[in-house]
Design a protein around this ligand. Structure first.
Ligand SMILES: Cc1ncc(COP(=O)(O)O)c(C=O)c1O
Length: 398
């Protein structure tokens, strides 16, 4: 049996059939908008991808021209790009020590250097809660707009008991590959401001892109099931070369598009089972927490209830561990994040200056993620822990 961090690991056979053959109805879009609107308290715009919802959040934020937007110094390139596309300049805010998010001290430092910092994006990296209580109090005092990015943290509870997505003026969700409630591609903007938010009309994504998404669960499950017999890697290679695989970064994606109707139907089903998904991820994280040495785990002082989209570890030689685990069919090479603005491949396309976020740079050098998705059973989690300890023991052997 092979286990992956990504590659469609959130889909079962029923989902493969539904995604391939499902016929959407317009009513699914309005039903999903109602569900999300009522849950988070705001006006919903459904988008093709989460990054587009983030861009829309900023273009409709009414920030003064020339404002800068604070983003986590340890983030994904698409977050950076959404800010740039919306016409603002991203300011990288370093993560707090032992944290995957910036805290109020780091935000204060950023404000002292960038007086025009008028908004922040809080992303609760890998589902670890940011210190929202103090961040929200400071932002209110300074009149800084909070955008909550739930791409890793749908269902997360902050230390003050509030659910992620119920604090900021604007909330963005992602339902894309490897995210919570994964349906291959999907996003939502929830405008929680009191003033009536405008109706936003968006065009359809191309038929080519939508078809690739429909086939992605089928292709990825074919690859995953044939990996142990040595075939999967070749099928993967060929499908990639033929551009038939939907990729999370989707380099060719231009502009903003709306969510397809059948995507809304799939999300509605995922939404019904969101507590089940969260409970599973938390139970797998509890095994990692218990069985792995504390010295390689994040000891975040911040409390709250994480969602554990992935389980992070800090090791001295991440690439060596990734290669070691690969020998046992454990594929965790897709790391969020292997650079302060990941993936590494896109880092050079940012204007990040080395030394801006020293904590984040140090995280990126040591970071690996363990999977918590539905395909990871307690036995598999225990086996991953045993292999990691075996690798550590080998490292110590002279
Ligand atoms: C923190 C964060 N925000 C937003 C996104 C964008 O989500 P999507 O892939 O749906 O565009 C991603 C992932 O790509 C992410 O990691």
């Amino acid at each position: 049996m092979s286990i992956f961090n990504s590659l469609g690991s959130n889909y079962d056979g029923q989902f493969v059939r539904q995604d391939l053959l499902g016929m959407g109805k317009k009513t699914f879009l309005s039903e999903l908008s109602t569900v999300l609107g009522q849950h988070y308290g705001g006006k919903v715009t459904l988008t093709y991808k989460g990054r587009q919802a983030l861009e829309l959040a900023l273009t409709h934020s009414d920030l003064p021209a020339g404002s800068t937007v604070g983003i986590n110094g340890f983030t994904c390139y698409v977050v950076y790009k959404a800010v740039v596309n919306a016409g603002y300049k991203p300011v990288f805010i370093d993560t707090a020590a032992q944290e995957l998010n910036f805290g109020t001290n780091e935000l204060k430092q950023a404000v002292s250097k960038h007086a025009n910092l008028k908004a922040i994006i809080v992303q609760n990296t890998l589902g670890y809660p940011a210190d929202m209580t103090t961040l929200a109090a400071y932002c209110q005092q300074q009149n800084i707009l909070i955008i909550e990015d739930l791409a890793h943290s749908t269902g997360l509870t902050y230390s003050n008991g509030r659910e992620a997505g119920s604090v900021g003026a604007l909330t963005m969700m992602s339902f894309s590959q490897d995210k919570p409630l994964d349906v291959v591609a999907g996003g939502a903007l929830i405008d929680r401001r009191e003033a009536k938010a405008p109706d936003i009309k968006l065009p359809k994504a191309s038929l080519w892109q939508r078809s690739r998404n429909r086939f992605y669960p089928l292709w990825s499950s074919l690859i995953r099931t044939t990996y142990p017999i040595g075939l999967g890697r070749y099928i993967h290679f060929i499908l990639k070369r033929l551009h038939l695989m939907s990729t999370p970064m989707s380099d060719d994606l231009q502009g903003l598009q709306r969510m397809p109707t059948h995507t809304a139907q799939l999300i509605l089903e995922r939404w019904q089972d969101r507590q089940g998904e969260l409970a599973h991820r938390r139970s797998i994280a509890a095994i990692y927490a218990q069985k792995l040495p504390k010295s390689i785990q994040i000891q975040s002082p911040n409390t709250g209830l994480p969602t554990y989209l992935r389980y992070p570890l800090l090791v001295s030689e991440p690439t060596a561990l990734i290669s070691f685990l690969r020998k046992y069919q454990i594929f965790i090479g897709d790391t969020w994040y292997d650079a302060p603005i990941g993936p590494k491949k896109y880092f050079a396309q940012t204007d990040y200056q080395p030394g801006t976020c020293v904590q984040a740079e140090s995280l990126a050098k040591q970071f690996i993620n363990l999977p918590t998705h539905r395909g990871v059973t307690p036995e598999i989690a225990a086996d991953i822990c045993a292999k990691i300890k075996q690798w550590q023991a080998l490292q110590q052997t002279p």
